[in-house]
Structures are given as structure tokens and as C-alpha cells.
Write a protein that binds this ligand. Structure first.
Ligand code: SAM
Length: 225
């Protein structure tokens, strides 16, 4: 993604400690205090400009959301949305997902969303994919037992790779759609990338997987027209 550098972005993040978790290590294991309630916490890794996480927060006031994004120039757009709508149950962290275990205690998170993660198509870049086994181990540590990953992408190669990676890791596949927008799945909230790629006619792939389930069962599939 080509991103315009925004030198003022860091300052805007620092001026908004109500919405941005500026020193996440200090809140590890105590994030419910930051939100002021004990509601479950769902995170999106690679939240981009934040449409998904902000709309999810508005639609689900009893869930706390955290958007994780590496790029300061990108996450600042998510912050502008949160400031404008004064959404109480969504916060942002401008950090690298590689370090999530520094910021979240074991089992602190209930669900993790990955939306349109960078595909890193070259084999030598496999370790950078957010569904590579090293990342799955990080997610497993911070998620509750039976915690879930919900994953969407327009990239068939990344989707197939991720399903294999999930399966090799022992995750239980509980939902799969090979064409989300033509399926009867309800309540989908589109991301910025999702809108862009679906307008170009690409199908959107979606899966849900769960850690730690002993009872293996067949995944639900979506009937598509
Ligand atoms: N989820 C958004 C959407 O669907 O519109 C953005 C998708 S964009 C292709 C992927 C985003 O993930 C980028 O903004 C990138 O900076 C972020 N990202 C990539 N690797 C990351 C990492 N290790 N930690 C945090 N964010 C990351």
C-alpha cells in the first residue's frame, strides 16, 4: 500500500490518550481498566484506516475493540473517525503485531480479526504473512481458550495458504465462504480494501477458526448462488 507520509500523525495520536493506548506495556493484563468495564475484547490486526473496527464498535457497544496498526500515517485516519464519532468502545495501538505478547496478557483477548492482510506472495517472505505459524503462536497466547480468528481477504493464494497454516497448527475451521458477498452471511461490515476489491469484481474469501477445541467437526459452508 502506498501511503502518504503524514508528519503530524504522531502528534495527533499523542494528543488523544483517550482513544490511543500510547504505552500498551503499562496496560498489559489490565485493559478492562482502560475501557472502564469487563466486556470482552476483540482486536483487529492490520486495522488500516479503521472503517471495520469503528463500525463494529458502533454496532456492538458491549464489546471492546482495539485496532492494531503498524503505520502511523494510516492509523491516524482511524483515529480521526473515532474522534469525530466519539466512540467509547474502540481504542488504537500503533504497534507491530510481532510484539503482541508484550502488550496483552495470556488469554486477555476473545477474538482476533485479520482483514485483507498483506499477501507477501514470494515464498521467501512467508514468515511475514500474518497467518504464518509464528503469528498463530502469538495469537494463541493472547487469546482465551477457544478464542477465534476471523479472516477475510480478496487474495485466493493467501486464503489457501492460511487455511493450510490454520489446519497444520491444529485450529478448528468453523466457517468458510469462497464468495462472501454472494453468500447468505449476515452482518458483514466492509473494510476499505474490501470495498475497493469487491467493486472490481473480486470475490471475498472468509473463514473463522478456533483454538483449542477438542471436538473436531465439519466446517459450515455458505451456499453461494
Ligand atoms: N484491514 C484494512 C482493510 O481491509 O482495509 C487494511 C488492509 S492493508 C492491505 C494491511 C494493513 O496491515 C496495512 O495498513 C499494514 O500497515 C498493516 N500491517 C501489516 N503488517 C503489520 C504488522 N506486523 N503489525 C501491524 N500492522 C500490520
Amino acid at each position: 500500500m502506498r501511503v502518504r507520509n503524514k508528519p503530524w500523525a504522531k502528534e495527533l495520536l499523542e494528543e488523544n490518550p483517550k482513544f490511543v493506548i500510547l504505552k500498551p506495556e503499562e496496560h498489559k493484563g489490565r485493559l478492562h481498566e482502560f475501557f472502564g468495564n469487563n466486556n470482552p475484547i476483540h482486536i483487529e490486526v492490520g486495522t488500516g484506516k479503521g472503517r471495520f473496527i469503528t463500525e463494529m464498535a458502533k454496532a456492538n457497544p458491549n464489546i471492546n475493540y482495539i485496532g492494531i496498526e503498524l503505520s502511523t500515517s494510516v492509523i491516524v485516519t482511524a483515529l480521526e473517525k473515532i474522534i469525530e464519532d466519539q466512540i467509547p468502545n474502540v481504542k488504537l495501538m500503533n504497534v507491530n503485531a510481532e510484539k503482541l505478547t508484550d502488550y496483552f496478557a495470556d488469554g486477555e483477548i476473545s477474538r482476533l480479526y485479520l482483514n485483507f492482510s498483506d499477501p507477501w506472495p514470494k515464498t521467501r517472505h512467508e514468515k511475514r504473512r500474518l497467518t504464518y505459524k509464528r503469528f498463530l503462536a502469538i495469537y494463541e497466547q493472547i487469546l482465551k481458550p477457544n478464542g477465534e480468528i476471523h479472516f477475510k481477504t480478496d487474495n485466493r493464494g493467501l486464503f489457501e495458504y492460511s487455511l493450510v497454516s490454520f489446519s497444520n497448527y491444529g485450529l478448528l475451521l468453523t466457517f468458510v465462504s469462497l464468495d462472501l458477498h454472494k453468500s447468505d452471511y449476515e452482518g458483514n461490515i466492509m473494510t476499505e480494501y474490501e470495498e475497493k476489491f469487491s467493486k472490481r469484481g473480486f470475490p471475498i474469501y472468509r473463514s473463522e477458526v478456533m483454538f483449542g477445541s477438542q471436538n473436531k467437526s465439519y466446517a459450515k459452508t455458505e451456499d453461494t448462488e
